[in-house]
Design a protein around this ligand. Structure first.
Ligand code: GDP
Length: 441
């Protein structure tokens, strides 16, 4: 997502950084480039116009151009404005304290990812200690209730289907069901259509009236192009909603929708969905997203992601590896860890400049290469994994046959392991040196 926009903006900034002093003309050229990049990313033209005007005005203030680091200041201004465009602050889901159950209603077009988003939201809330109930109020698409029921059983959340015919009756029935079963939140999945449709809007309004939701969230497919503005505006006018769940941000969405929706409707993006699995819904952080778009990386995101999967054992492992070097088993574990964090691609995307650097290095390690390495390590004996130095020619051949890879690849892995161990040795040396210096002070 946002890849091409991100590349273009970074190119623009690289050019500015190469200049030293900046003139008004430089700013004009940069702003033109930013304008083109945003338009090509499918950002609504009015949004682009206002955004660029705001950036330009701030950049032309005399203290920016006269400062010692004008390019840096321009980047900072664009970053700030981009953050504002994305919504400034995190928009947490606000739940009413004095009402049980809370009701969250999802609306949106068919195929936007509404039904899966309902399940993902239930999963997220469940992991936070809530006891959600899913209400299958999409009574028009016959498979929708079945889909929700399947998703619900996968994540261990009950699904209320009622008679499966009258959406309003299912919605009100689900509230009674939640009261009976002590569910503190009901998530109502409603019917969508391929396009804006009178009946769909009327039904959504009728459900809204019947269950008085605490929050209405509109699910918006990030792949929708310019049309997104019309769709969200129509929903805002007819049903009204409190926030957006932006789905399918993992695809090659150009990002225009995500960048336009706040300014066009005034409604914040509350969650983003980055995959089909139940755990792929994340709270949206405008500042982090803006930094990622500008290639500044999402360091907080990486730490959070690592914390999710790290445990004490891993901390101990890390210390041991730094002390004694690491084995093939360690390498395997590290790779599995990376997978748990969402794969190399996802992590790379969060590291400042890394995604860009990787794309310029075709030989960089990708997920499929990780799978090949795992296969090779799995074909080693316990002893070989612990002490790779003993892997001689004969053993290399056996490992290659066992893993279905070539001897060359086995050689390469062992060489990489050796280099990584040497590097770790150097790091150990550096750490000791620094520790030593610190001690003398
Ligand atoms: P609905 O008609 O709005 O209820 O849409 P669904 O929930 O059935 O989703 C439509 C399709 O989009 C399904 O195949 C989902 O698996 C897929 N989908 C939903 N959200 C995401 C997402 O964040 N990323 C990806 N890659 N696919 C998604």
């Amino acid at each position: 997502m946002f890849n091409s926009l991100s590349d273009r903006l970074q190119d623009t900034f690289d050019k500015l950084r190469g200049k030293g002093r900046l003139t008004e003309d430089d700013i004009n050229v940069a702003m033109r480039e930013i304008r083109m990049a945003l338009l090509e990313a499918d950002v609504n033209f009015r949004v682009v116009k206002n955004f660029v005007a705001r950036c330009k005005e701030k950049c032309l203030e005399s203290d920016v151009l006269d400062s010692l680091t004008p390019a840096q200041n321009v980047v900072r201004i664009v970053l700030d404005e981009l953050t504002v465009l994305l919504g400034s602050t995190d928009s947490k889901l606000t739940l009413a304290q004095n009402r049980t159950p809370n009701v969250i209603m999802l609306v949106g077009l068919q195929g936007s990812g509404k039904t899966t988003a309902a399940a993902k939201l239930a999963y997220l809330l469940k992991s936070q200690g809530h006891s959600p109930l899913l209400a299958a109020c999409d009574t028009h698409r016959p498979a929708a209730a079945d889909q929700l029921a399947t998703l619900g059983s996968e994540i261990g959340v009950s699904v209320y289907r009622g008679d499966g015919r009258d959406a309003v009756a299912v919605a009100t029935g689900s509230i009674r069901e939640a009261v009976d079963h002590m569910n503190d939140i009901v998530i109502v999945d409603t019917a969508g259509r391929l396009q804006i449709d009178e009946e769909m809007m009327e039904e959504a309004v009728a459900i809204k009236r019947a269950v008085r939701p605490d929050q209405i969230l509109m699910v918006v497919d990030a792949m929708t192009g310019q049309d997104i503005v019309n769709v969200v505006t129509e929903f805002a006018n007819r049903v009204d909603f409190d926030g957006v769940i932006m789905s399918k941000l993992d695809g090659d969405a150009r990002g225009g929708g995500a960048l336009s929706v706040r300014e066009v409707t005034g409604k914040p993006i509350k969650f983003v969905s980055m995959g089909e699995k139940p755990d792929s819904l994340e709270v949206f952080h405008p500042d982090r997203m803006a930094k990622r778009i500008l290639g500044m990386g999402d360091v907080v995101g990486i730490i959070e992601q690592a914390q999710k999967v790290a445990d004490e054992q891993q901390m101990e492992d890390a210390e041991r590896m730094l002390r004694e070097g690491f084995t093939m088993d360690d390498l395997l574990k590290q790779m599995q860890q990376i997978r748990k964090m969402g794969g190399l691609q996802k992590i790379m995307g969060m590291i400042p400049g890394m995604e860009r650097a990787m794309s310029q290095m075709p030989a960089g390690m990708d997920d499929s290469q990780m799978t090949r390495i795992e296969a090779i390590i799995h074909s080693m004996t316990k002893e070989e994994r612990a002490r790779p130095k003993i892997i001689n020619g004969q053993r290399r051949k056996r490992i290659a046959v066992g893993s279905g890879r070539s001897v060359q690849e086995v050689n390469q892995l062992i060489k990489q392991w050796d280099e990584m161990n040497k590097m770790m040795g150097k790091m150990r040396g550096m750490a000791q040196q620094m520790g030593g210096k610190g001690g003398k002070k």
